[in-house]
Design a protein around this ligand. Structure first.
Ligand code: FEO
Length: 388
């Protein structure tokens, strides 16, 4: 287990979770990493830890640089257990180390680990001297937990951004110029869509002070480290946090006897006719966390469900519940579906879309098996609604 040098006397000492495929409901087909960073200075400082079951991997990487018992400071930028899970064991080894965290971080760590560690609670904007270097901290509450903060290593121009700018990618490459960039971008978008999306206002607030910082490296707590494409990811966060969308429709549905699917493809044809790109997402085959990556930049969110026992299909309900929590804004919604008799599902879908504040196109509700004339009428209705 080798550390990776980031800069002189600064090392990545995290762990690679090659196997993880489900991160609290988020499908992580490429695994992930938990990034911890070690700074060798007069005060030896560790930034974050790793998930508890990868503690030994982190310690092995640290041990390749120094004796872990020499660590003076542990910065806990975020309480969530993928970054704090290694703390209890580490602090058994070095009980006198100071734990540097935000006020909410202290409360959260105590609640998680019933800990009485030696906390140094920072105020937002506070700078800590660790020898030749200075670490400045800014709290970033609700990005995405109340305790989050980021650290900036002034002399080396490194931003330790924790969850922000992360991606779930397991790889032995550490930098953005060493790994296929389109995959990094796709995973960064998926990460934003599934973790950060509800907190656009907080992202915009956090981006403000970054404008004035000279940043050479963004070292997030998951995935690849940014050093060549810093402006690209900052610009992407600006776009995503302002809910700016592309000329694109995502058509999400489940179907029982393929009637709702036929409506879905009619909708696809209508958008194609008016020059809007489309993405077809059958909930039987595409994971809801992947669909959220499409939702992130789609202007039109079309959701279809047949009626099953007076309700929408469970897959559709799960998707809508998930999307509701992630709260995309400034979208246009369209509910659709076929039904036998009750037909409640279409209204239920529309209610959720309306609850998200979406503008609505007229819903499409067709009984039993839609015939060609009905589908053409539906296509025309969308085109008219789009133009009006
Ligand atoms: Fe990667 Fe919010 O933890």
């Amino acid at each position: 287990m080798q550390p990776k040098k980031i800069k002189e006397n600064i090392y990545w000492v995290g762990a690679i979770d090659w196997d993880i495929r489900n991160f609290h409901g988020y499908a992580t087909q490429r695994g992930t990493t938990y990034n911890a960073y070690l700074i060798i200075d007069e005060k030896i400082t560790l930034i974050d830890t790793v998930k508890h079951y990868l503690y030994d991997e982190m310690i092995a990487r640290i041990s390749a640089v120094i004796d872990p018992s020499k660590i003076d400071y542990i910065v806990s930028n975020h309480v969530e257990m993928d970054h704090s899970g290694g703390l209890p064991k580490l602090l058994e080894l070095i009980p006198n180390a100071k734990v540097i965290t935000s006020p909410n971080g202290e409360a959260g760590l105590k609640a998680h680990y019933q800990s009485e560690w030696d906390f140094h609670v920072i105020k937002s904007g506070e700078t800590i001297n660790i020898g030749k270097r200075n670490l400045s901290f800014v709290t970033t509450p609700m990005l995405h937990w109340p305790d989050n903060m980021v650290g900036y290593l002034v002399e080396d121009k490194i931003l330790f951004s924790n969850d922000a700018f992360g991606q779930h990618i397991a790889s032995s490459e550490r930098f953005d110029d060493q790994y296929p960039f389109d995959i990094i971008q796709e995973e960064a978008a998926k990460y934003y869509a599934n973790i950060v999306l509800p907190y656009g206002t907080q992202v915009q607030k956090a981006l403000e002070p970054l404008q004035d910082l000279d940043i050479e490296i963004i070292a997030p707590s998951h995935g690849i480290i940014w050093r060549s494409q810093i402006q690209t990811i900052i610009n992407a966060y600006r776009k995503w946090s302002s809910n700016e969308t592309d000329h694109k429709a995502v058509i999400v549905y489940d179907t029982m006897w393929n009637s709702t699917e036929r409506i879905a493809y009619a909708i696809q044809a209508a958008f194609e006719d008016i020059g809007v790109n489309t993405q077809m997402r059958n909930l039987k085959t595409v994971h809801i966390s992947d669909i959220m990556t499409d939702v992130l930049t789609a202007k039109y969110i079309c959701v279809g469900s047949p009626t099953l026992n007076n309700n929408m299909m469970p897959n559709v309900a799960a998707f809508l519940t998930y999307m509701k929590g992630l709260a995309p804004k400034k979208r246009t919604g369209l509910a659709f579906g076929s039904y036998g008799w009750g037909g409640q599902s279409i209204g239920q879908v529309e209610e959720v879309l309306a609850g998200l504040g979406f503008e609505l196109l007229d819903k499409i509700k067709l009984q039993y098996i839609p015939v060609t004339e009905q589908l053409q009428e539906a296509i025309q209705k969308i085109k008219t609604g789009y133009q009006s």
